[in-house]
Design a protein around this ligand. Structure first.
Ligand code: KG4
Ligand code: ZN
Length: 333
């Protein structure tokens, strides 16, 4: 039996999960609301909150899985990419846990883990597949050849898709993180109410900073003549912005699918929780004959279940690391 404890602490969620023989038995998450009033994650506050949360969150995950900490066979942790201070908390805890219990330590790449979240529930994708990974810090199209054999074939040249949502929310005076709120208001709005430009970026890469600027100028000009413009048009603005972000993402995904001649298409990361993206992906799939894989909501945003499942597949290969391991703010595949 393989019992893996997964630890995630790369940004503002402290999470622990227990995976038994490839099955997720618990996934405890402590969200940090402290950042809301600052309009974004404050790294120093995030590390301190991780320090306060990590032991109770791990205890909760172990209790919920109905095991004892002595039963754990290996501990898998997010090594990067992410906020260094936050990563240090999870890494140090994991090293100490492994040392105290005399069990192996497994490093996990957070962006690979978002993709491997597809191996938690059925149906699981078959290799090779393409995954659009969209989060607060990354936007990537990844060619997934095997569990740990992945190639980034397209990525953002500036802002991430999640950032485009969050920065738009800020312009609209909505609290952080704004992505879920834009999604909520967009449901009542007309996606064609306002037209925002589609950036002309070659190949499979993305750019979202121009879109952010055009939204900023649009709102500035409209509120000059009508101070209540945001309040009276919130749903239409949200729907139109969301429509543009989602169509940019889908256009590149379609291009990648043609280029690599792959019909197994997945989405992952926080923005994959977006209902506009999920709906347009389903629509596109019907037209293009794709098999699509959409993660459960719990496994879209940051969570330790994806770290535990990635750890499980590394455990099978005995892919362990030593106590000298250090976290990495930037980490490639
Ligand atoms: O993967 P994630 O939890 O953390 C990172 O690794 O960055 O992604 C967080 C991002 C944030 O930008 C958040 O606004 C966005 O995912 N997000 C959404 C939705 N839920 C989360 N964006 C749009 N619609 C949503 N429903
Ligand atoms: Zn993430």
């Amino acid at each position: 039996m393989a019992i893996i404890l997964g630890i995630e602490s790369s940004c503002d969620e402290t999470s622990a999960s227990i995976c038994i023989d490839g099955e997720i038995r618990s996934n405890s998450i402590a969200n940090q609301i402290i950042h809301e009033k600052y309009g974004g994650v404050v790294p120093e506050l995030a590390s301190r909150a991780h320090q306060q949360n990590i032991i109770p969150v791990v205890q909760d995950a172990i209790t919920a899985a109905k095991i004892s900490k002595k039963d754990v066979n290996a501990v898998a942790f997010t090594r990067g990419p992410g906020l260094l201070g936050s990563l240090l908390v999870g890494t140090s805890f994991s090293k100490a846990f492994a040392l105290a219990n005399n069990i192996p330590l497994i490093e996990v790449n957070h962006m690979q883990a978002h993709i491997l979240a597809h191996f938690i529930d059925d149906p699981k994708p078959t290799f090779p597949f393409l995954c659009l990974t969209v989060s607060g810090g990354h936007t990537q199209i990844v060619l997934v050849k095997d569990y740990f054999e992945m190639e980034i074939v397209g990525q953002t040249t500036d802002d991430a898709a999640g950032e485009a949502f969050d920065k738009t929310a800020k312009i609209l005076n909505l609290p952080y993180p704004g992505g879920p709120l834009i999604d909520k208001y967009a449901k009542q709005g007309n996606p064609k109410a306002f037209a925002f430009p589609e950036p002309q970026i070659p190949g499979l890469d993305f750019s979202f900073s121009g879109l952010k600027t055009s939204i900023l100028y649009f709102v500035r000009d409209k509120t000059k003549v009508d101070a209540a413009f945001i309040e009276t048009h919130l749903a239409d603005i949200c729907a139109s912005v969301q429509y543009r972000i989602v169509t940019i993402l889908l256009a590149k995904l379609k291009k990648a699918a043609k280029l690599y001649d792959i019909k197994n298409i997945a989405i992952a990361g926080g923005v994959s929780a977006n209902s506009g993206l999920r709906n347009l992906l389903q629509e596109t799939a019907e037209k293009e004959g794709w098999n699509v894989f959409i993660p459960a909501f719990d496994y879209c945003t940051d969570n330790a279940a994806m770290i535990a499942i990635a750890g499980y597949y590394k455990f099978l290969k005995k892919d362990f690391v030593g106590q000298d391991i250090a976290p990495l703010a930037r980490m490639g595949f």
